[in-house]
Design a protein around this ligand. Structure first.
Ligand SMILES: C[S@@+](CC[C@H](N)C(=O)[O-])C[C@H]1O[C@@H](n2cnc3c(N)ncnc32)[C@H](O)[C@@H]1O
Length: 275
């Protein structure tokens, strides 16, 4: 039997970049795809809440935060870390460009009686000066822009937002040595909490050092939604160098939230740079 499938591929206008809300990757599509039954990493089998809790606790311990510490979470998405950190007494500002994500973040904060603040804007244009003890950029959220100059500008914006002695943390689950050794999963299937299925197809382009990928959500009804993205992935040495150029002093790189040393085999890379 031929399966009846309607492929809904978003054809963006020329100036609409993949990360912009109107493109359709971030928003309801992303929030659905981010919530899977099996959890995120095969090795951990955690659901979204468990994963978020582990990551937020890791942020607190690696950055040595205490109640009252001022933290900028950018981009904050639908506020999973912002609100979790707020529950631990951290004074959080979540910053994101997507109003669908921010509305969900505010709704979740209200439901828990949290005072998390949220702001809407483009991380390329953040203009904050020496306000924060910490800035976090979580979960593969660096390198969205077309050029290295733009991506570097974001790093400088984070640097400027920090107080003297403040710390920046960048976390990604894409590690280039892991890609090169063939251990990175380029084709993944996940069952979603929504009941639909997600397929993630990634390709690493050695020339541009970008991952060009697609999320394909197949609905029970047979309808398929297929949206692409492209992220510049920085290797450890390259990112450390960028941090130094942005003005950061001490830079440390970890493999996991427990503070274990960075390794090329690790699923995660966590960089902490001190102003
Ligand atoms: C991969 S999600 C991660 C969100 C969050 N850190 C998390 O772990 O759940 C990336 C987020 O970046 C936001 N975003 C994309 N481009 C942006 C931009 N130029 N400025 C601010 N936020 C942006 C998206 O709306 C999305 O919420």
């Amino acid at each position: 039997m031929i399966e009846k499938t309607l492929v809904h591929e978003i054809k963006p206008q020329q100036d609409v970049k993949w990360w912009m809300p109107e493109y359709g990757f971030f928003g309801t599509f992303y929030m659905e795809g981010d919530n899977s039954v099996e959890g995120y990493l095969d090795c951990r089998k955690q659901n979204l809440a468990e994963r978020t809790d582990m990551e937020a606790k890791g942020v607190i311990s690696l950055l040595n935060l205490s109640p009252g510490s001022k933290l900028l979470d950018c981009p904050c998405g639908y506020g999973r870390h912002s609100n979790c950190l707020s529950e631990h007494g951290i004074d959080v500002v979540g910053y994101d460009i997507n109003s669908v994500h921010l509305e969900q973040a505010i709704k979740n904060a209200k439901a828990k009686g949290l005072k998390t603040k949220f702001r809407q804007g483009n991380m390329l244009e953040i203009d904050l000066s020496a306000e924060f003890d910490a800035v976090i950029n979580m979960f593969y959220s660096f390198g969205f822009f077309d050029t290295d100059e733009e991506n570097f500008k974001v790093l400088v914006n984070f640097y400027n937002a920090l107080k003297e002695g403040g710390k920046f943390l960048m976390h990604t689950d894409v590690n280039i040595p892991r890609i090169k050794s063939g251990n990175y999963k380029f084709d993944e299937h996940r069952e979603l909490i929504s009941g639909n299925r997600l397929r993630i197809v990634d390709e690493y382009d050695e020339a541009t050092k970008r991952i060009n990928g697609r999320w394909i959500i197949k609905e029970v009804s047979g309808i398929t939604r297929d949206v692409d993205y492209s992220v510049r992935v920085y290797e450890k040495a390259e990112f450390v160098d960028m941090c130094r150029q942005a003005g950061f002093g001490d830079v440390k790189v970890y493999a996991d939230w427990d503070g274990s040393d960075y390794s090329g085999d690790a699923e995660d890379m966590i960089v902490i740079a001190c102003k």
